[in-house]
Design a protein around this ligand. Sequence first.
Ligand code: C2O
Ligand code: CU
Length: 474
Amino acid sequence: MNRRSFLLSAGGAVAHPLLSSLAPKSVLRAAAQSPAKSDASRAAVDHTLTIQPCTLDISPGVSVRTIGYNGQVPGPMLRLRQGKPVSIDVINKTDHEEIVHWHGLAIDSQNDGAMEEGSPMIPAGGRHRYTFTPNPAGTRWYHTHAGAGADLSRSTYTGQFGFLLVEGANDPGHYDQEVFLAIHHWEPSFVPMAETMQAMSANHPANPGSDVGYKYATINQHRLGAGEPIRVKQGQKVLMRLLNASATENVVLALPGHTFRVVALDGNPVPNPKEVEVISLAVAERVDAIVEMNTPGVWVLGSTLEKARQMGLGIVVEYAGKSGPPVWRDPKSATWDYAQFANNTPAAKPDESVPLAFIDLGPQGDSKFDTWSINGQSWPKIDPIKVQKGKRYRLVMQNASNDQHPMHLHRHKFEVAAIGDSNISGLKKDTINVMPLETVAVDFVADNPGDTLFHCHMQLHMDFGFMQLIQYAG
Ligand code: C2O
Ligand code: CU
């Protein structure tokens, strides 16, 4: 019996509501096909996502009005087969242009879902079909790639995100139960920088954060304490697939009494799986971790920051036969080091190194937002990085600012070559958090011709200059 059928047949072991999206794949298919039975080409579609307004009841008496896929947040879980072509129709039922990006997939520029690479915007009321072959295997996700600018009711501030799992050769090891946990923050507003600085100071003394603040946070569709807990049994191994789908907030999580065995970062198996007490998830990052359930009780899996837990950033883990209020305990330390999951040998030598300095230019003109630059240039007035097919490039990112920047490379994965002074290898990611005043080097092989976007994933940063294109020669 494979794991999936185990999950489906185990009934009670399928704890989380999101897991019900394992079963309804056939339902999704049926839904996708029914509106267009007469249209042969539409009948061939594998999935349909409808972008539409929806209201979420995130905790008793608290609801948020947002935009999501198919009326649910997170959007439907897309389980795709590695190497098997897929077509996904997207219907835009909003009054503005939209676009969907398939984050972490090595696909073509037209279907990748970034306007800057040449993918089309979907007009208000329009429909668009994406077709691609999912690769590589692992925990990926999809989300809107529209700009928001100063409009906090748009783009990744909304509920437009979902898991996309590419099933293939990756084997995370034995587990009994699989849960998908996506983090999001709600009701954004502009706040003075000092306020976020204070909130963040417990864990990130050097980081003032962004100047967007939030009222609520959720894991999947509920705030901490609302909705169903993750129900576990003593001795079970639970595979947690964690995603930070927040527009701008990096988070650190812990589960008191337990450790996380990190097996994959951004969906890619790590060379050196390790047990850690806390998990850091910068915006857009994924962590796959196996938790052995060996401390019976009722616990809070949540942010290490009390203020964030009060906003709702957590979910209850409940052992069978246990009851009572969920317990939180601060972890001994909240530090995170990517290098511990890597090989401590240097990565292969690149053909070329590209130095990239991240500089905060401050507010430009009458803008009230800081403009961000790479080597002094800001999107859209920024020269592309030119690459040649087959060569290996090292992006040497020097963060000359006081903010954290989760840097994302589209259509390629990169190998982390250095975090500060430690030279490492084997760690493959598509997003990496560059801490204030830190230097991080990542290598990628130019193996997927077509325009490629490289940007900070903080919505407020990418909307205000922090993007650059990589272009293939010839
Ligand atoms: Cu997850 Cu350019 O995005
Ligand atoms: Cu940034």
